[in-house]
Design a protein around this ligand. Structure first.
Ligand SMILES: Cc1cc2nc3c(=O)[nH]c(=O)nc-3n(C[C@H](O)[C@H](O)[C@H](O)COP(=O)(O)OP(=O)(O)OC[C@H]3O[C@@H](n4cnc5c(N)ncnc54)[C@H](O)[C@@H]3O)c2cc1C
Length: 401
């Protein structure tokens, strides 16, 4: 039997940040990781460059049943704190659109930094370790864990147990429901979970259209249920993806319609009506081809202006041009489903934040038990917000465990 002060379950972003923060305070910390490698999602993130935070992080960038929950942790450990840590390790990074910060070289730089920090303060990390039994010890004396490591059973005791097991997205990168099971075991409630930051699919004629346009990307305004983003939309052979779609997927539920403005930077009615006099001999499709890809114009033409396909602008009534303009500004799509946890970047929902302290991440009903990172009902927009939540919540718990 081994005795430590703190056990962190999960060597991902939140778990490593919590571990190094607690060990810096002199706590003896053991991180137990189920898979054979640590930080798999960090390595895969941001297309291999890890979008590790954002210059402009506020609680509004997060989806949570309690919109105020994330504030305290984001204040306690802000994006600037993480940027300073990255700078202190001489990691080169760059700012991309919307204040997103990415490594210039590799996401591995971020994982190496976290592991170096853990090493310096004596954090012990054990991989291939699966918890087979967990009990709270009598009289609030911490926790007893039975752990299976490659067929060997080990027993550990700890004062504080931190659940940083992440969520359901991408099972091959460690996605697991262990955190929810521990929450249930100790009587915490869960907010319904579903895939977030995920591509959307179609089962109707749109599926064929997407297949035909697969690989085409364009900037759009996309909106659903009162939320809107201006980003790139990408057609794929299954449906639609790209940053615009991933962002709006967080607000989409099966059955909902999504509205896409294909020409967010111009007034299509003005444009088409003035073109009717200025370029009266041009074909509609030629004109539209000045602002949209020809393949998209051809596909949309079949749907919305078949009878005007071979007409010059002068022959198309103003009322029709207005209708076509409206169609381009508000293309209504009804996805049949999301691609689900297989490709989702995050899981929406999770451990209910009403049952967890926003300052320390400690469960209100079970002293010494903490939940951090994505296992909680806190999910960020695309843009480095999910890692920032992992750093902020991990740090907040690391200060008190
Ligand atoms: C492909 C992809 C790209 C992404 N890119 C970005 C990005 O660029 N920027 C951004 O902000 N966010 C990004 N995200 C989201 C981000 O990776 C997560 O929000 C973040 O990793 C959550 O941190 P976490 O520590 O809570 O969970 P994780 O990082 O998932 O870590 C959880 C760890 O717990 C381990 N584990 C699971 N079950 C157990 C168990 N029973 N016992 C012990 N260990 C267990 C897992 O193996 C894993 O190592 C991306 C996600 C994906 C899938």
């Amino acid at each position: 039997m081994s005795e430590v002060d703190v056990i962190v379950l999960g060597a991902g972003a939140a778990g490593l940040m919590c571990a190094l923060t607690a060990a810096e305070r002199g706590r003896r910390v053991l991180v137990l990781e189920k898979s054979n490698k640590v930080g798999k999602k960090i390595l895969m993130s941001g297309g291999g460059r890890c979008n590790f935070t954002n210059y402009d992080v506020t609680a509004e960038n997060y989806i949570c049943s309690n919109p105020h929950f994330a504030k305290a942790a984001l204040q306690r450990y802000s994006s600037w704190d993480f940027i300073h840590l990255v700078e202190s390790h001489n990691i080169a990074f760059e700012e991309r659109r919307h204040g997103q910060l990415f490594c210039l070289n590799s996401a591995k730089d971020i994982l190496t930094m976290l592991l170096d920090e853990c090493h310096q303060v004596g954090v012990e990390i054990q991989t291939d370790s699966d918890v087979s039994r967990l009990d709270a010890r009598a009289g609030g004396q911490g926790f007893a864990l039975e752990v299976n490591q490659l067929g060997q059973t080990q027993t550990f005791h700890c004062d504080s147990l931190v659940v940083a097991t992440g969520a359901l997205s991408i099972p091959t990168l460690g996605g697991s429901d262990m955190g929810y099971e521990i929450a249930r075991q100790f009587g915490l409630s869960l907010v319904d979970r579903r895939a977030g930051l995920v591509p959307l699919m179609f089962s109707d004629a749109m599926k064929l259209l997407c297949e035909q346009l697969s690989g085409l990307a364009l900037e759009v305004d996309i909106s659903c249920n009162g939320y809107a983003f201006t980003e790139n939309l990408l057609f794929t052979h299954r449906g639609i993806s790209g940053p615009a779609v991933l962002q709006i997927s967080n607000y989409w539920h099966p059955g909902d319609a999504i509205t896409v403005d294909l020409l967010p930077n111009l007034d299509a009615t003005d444009w088409l009506l003035s073109a009717k006099s200025a370029q009266s001999k041009s074909y509609l499709k030629t004109l539209l081809g000045q602002s949209l890809a020809k393949s998209l114009v051809a596909a949309l033409g079949k749907l919305f202006w078949l009878q005007w396909e071979d007409k010059v602008m002068a022959d198309i009534p103003d009322s029709e041009l207005r209708r076509i303009a409206q169609q381009l500004h508000a293309w209504v799509l009804k996805p049949s489903a999301s691609e689900g946890y297989r490709t989702a970047e995050v899981t929406l929902g999770g451990v209910c934040t009403d049952e967890v302290s926003s300052k320390t991440m400690e469960a209100r009903q079970q002293s010494g038990l903490y939940f951090i990172g994505e296992v909680l009902d806190v999910s960020g927009h695309l843009g480095g917000f999910n890692f920032q939540w992992a750093w902020s919540s991990g740090y907040s718990a690391g200060l008190v465990v």
